[in-house]
Design a protein around this ligand. Structure first.
Ligand code: CA
Length: 236
């Protein structure tokens, strides 16, 4: 019995690759290691499948019919703990960087050694598991407002807000402790740093801008506590 077969949990891997001989060779090698495997040969179909099911990792070819590997990564709303190993025939550093920026964890250039792919997949799954065990919540939710800390995005209702880095940091800090009242000085120190020379008016201006961006339905998420400072509260 191999180490893979001895695993009690069957990690699920989606192999997205249009060259069927390669897809089948990968699937065969993975199944022999005890993984549960599904193969998909088309980009659009891959996105649909990823919306239905969330595997532990995907082996993702770049050149695909329908939608390419980068397009698939862009369409994934929330990558979460999904591991991504990209496969490409191109030795192109620009594409490699693009893949990594879009959330790929690792990258292999074709032709690749199957044992190396297995070793990288195993190490990636181990990293994901270790990260998950000590992870803090990545998503904060305040009624209709959702804050994705990892992606640094805020969605109010269905609308993704265009925010500056400081606006995001301010909102994330307040939202991390709903109903806790922060003084302007505390917010200034935490978000701008002790050595920032601007006054607490900076905080007020950023709160005003955030409320405007949250819009009439969600502006009340940020509440003024008169004479003290601000707090985040759940909006209906
Ligand atoms: Ca291909």
């Amino acid at each position: 019995m191999t180490e893979g077969q001895a695993r009690d949990m069957h990690e699920k891997i989606l192999v997205i690759e249009d060259e069927k001989t390669i897809a089948e060779a990968i699937a065969y090698a993975l199944r022999r290691e005890g993984y549960e495997v599904e193969t998909i040969h088309d980009g659009e179909q891959a996105v649909r499948r990823l919306n239905e099911t969330r595997p532990d990792a995907i082996i993702l070819d770049v050149m695909l019919p329908g939608l390419d590997g980068y397009g698939i990564l862009k369409k994934l709303q929330d990558k979460g703990r999904l591991g991504v190993i990209m496969l490409t025939a191109k030795e192109d550093i620009v594409n490699k960087v693009l893949g990594l920026e879009l959330g790929a964890d690792d990258y292999m250039t074709k032709p690749f050694d199957m044992r190396e792919l297995l070793a990288r997949l195993k190490s990636l799954l181990r990293r994901i598991q270790a990260a998950g065990e000590k992870a803090e919540p990545d998503i904060l939710s305040l009624g209709g407002v959702t804050i994705h800390l990892g992606k640094r995005t805020i969605v109010a209702g269905e609308r993704k807000l265009e925010l500056t880095p400081k606006e995001f940091d301010l909102m994330a800090l307040l939202a991390s402790n709903p109903e806790r009242v922060y003084t302007r000085e505390q917010l200034l120190d935490s978000v701008w740093g002790m050595d920032y020379f601007g006054g607490t008016r900076t905080v007020d201006i950023h709160i005003q801008r955030l409320r405007k961006k949250l819009g009439p339905d969600y502006g009340e998420t940020l509440q003024t506590v008169h004479g003290i400072g601000y707090k985040a509260a759940k909006t209906p």
